[in-house]
Write a new protein. Structure first.
Length: 81
């Protein structure tokens, strides 16, 4: 895999995760317990947990997939040197 493709994958995965994060936070603000949005903002993995708990399973799944692809691509980039 060329370095350019790896950089593009990292950038797209990061953008996907951030977009899902913002969508989840907006959804959590409109729920009965908006304090969950603050906790998700301060600790991003909680955002996916609260999204799943509130029934936003697709948003939570997108967040998890984006984060896993991002972390995997960064680890691969570091491993390749």
């Amino acid at each position: 895999m060329s370095d350019v493709i790896l950089v593009v994958v990292i950038a797209l995965a990061f953008a996907l995760t951030v977009t899902a994060q913002v969508a989840i936070l907006a959804g959590l603000l409109r729920r009965k317990q908006p304090w969950r949005a603050l906790s998700g903002f301060l600790m991003p993995p909680l955002c996916a947990y609260w999204a799943y708990a509130e029934g936003m399973t697709i948003r939570a799944g997108i967040w998890v997939v984006g984060a896993l692809v991002y972390v995997s691509a960064v680890v691969l980039a570091l491993w390749r040197g």
